[in-house]
Design a protein around this ligand. Structure first.
Ligand SMILES: C[S@@+](CC[C@H](N)C(=O)[O-])C[C@H]1O[C@@H](n2cnc3c(N)ncnc32)[C@H](O)[C@@H]1O
Length: 285
């Protein structure tokens, strides 16, 4: 902690939607007065839903609001895959109300199914419903503009589901599942579109191309020498460098410049699922 410099953080990263200010935050901590504490977070949660919810790792609203103001443009979408008690959603709703912003949020929460407690519904969604209606437990809430939908996952992501996917769905899955431990903290893939590309779908920060050999469930092709040459041509056209990251069903052409990712195994592994047995849980609506 000694190495963490204290400083005041700028109020926004976004000069405007089109004009993004370059900002190096560096190593910086926020004083409690700037960002709140988890004790404050707990009090804020209790104020909305009352005590007895049993959730104690609550982030303070001020902290989430600060992060959102810094990193999300006023009409952007905030995604929190570990939503917990829903502080992020609460912060977005409160900021929309107080600064006239128009941000949206997507929260994900698994709850604690092993304890029969899916608190995504009974805590996360309940908090947000109370924030919207103003019906706070302490009686001090006021209704705010906005709302949300609660959705429970319905689709299994498993090997058969992946193998049924059409090309566009598979492009989404490839880009979102891609994970490379050597770049764990690095930027994600950037999509490359265009009708001129039959295989090229994305590039990484080192200007290497990602190629998808997938025509859909009924129309598939294997990776062979002809496909390799087509990938090289598309990569050259897009001014990309070797190596060639290729996603496909079967690899019939091994060559040193190609890193082959087999579908579905590699995708399931990147999602952290057991390739042979495990489905991505929950089928209810
Ligand atoms: C530390 S809490 C987040 C607290 C939240 N920032 C707040 O203010 O309430 C982390 C949450 O992530 C959830 N979580 C962990 N792994 C998850 C997963 N794979 N999918 C969805 N939620 C997950 C946990 O159930 C827990 O509620």
């Amino acid at each position: 902690m000694e190495d963490v410099a204290k400083g005041v953080v700028p109020t926004t990263f976004w000069a405007s939607d089109d004009d993004v200010a370059e900002l190096e935050l560096g190593v910086m901590s926020w004083a409690h007065a700037e960002s709140g504490t988890s004790e404050v977070g707990l009090r804020e949660l209790n104020a909305v839903v009352g005590r007895g919810h049993g959730f104690d790792t609550v982030k303070p609203l001020k902290l989430m609001q600060k992060i959102i103001q810094l990193w999300c443009p006023p009409t952007g979408t905030v995604v929190d895959p570990f939503a917990g008690s829903g502080t992020t959603g609460h912060a977005v709703l409160a900021l929309n109300e107080s600064e006239g912003a128009d941000r949206r949020f997507i929260l994900m929460e698994q709850g604690r199914p092993e304890r029969g407690d899916s608190y995504a519904r009974t805590l996360t969604a309940q908090r947000l419903a109370k924030v919207v209606s103003g019906d706070w437990s302490n009686g001090k809430g006021k209704p705010v503009e906005g709302g949300f939908e609660f959705r429970q996952l319905t689709k299994n992501i498993d090997a058969p589901a992946l193998l049924q996917m059409e090309r566009e769905e598979m492009v989404d899955i490839v880009v979102s599942s891609y994970f490379d431990s050597s770049r764990r903290r690095g930027p994600n893939l950037e999509r490359v579109g265009g009708p001129e590309n039959r295989y090229l779908v994305a590039r990484n920060s080192e200007d290497e191309g990602f190629y998808l050999v997938w025509g859909g469930s009924e129309n598939n092709a294997d990776f062979d020498e002809d496909v390799y040459e087509a990938c090289v041509a598309e990569g050259n056209n897009a001014e990309l460098k070797p190596k060639y990251h290729v996603y496909g069903r079967y690899n019939l052409f091994s060559t040193p410049g190609v890193h082959f990712y087999q579908i579905p195994d590699r995708i399931l592994a990147d999602f952290g699922l057991d390739v042979r047995t495990e489905a991505y849980t929950e089928v209810e609506r």
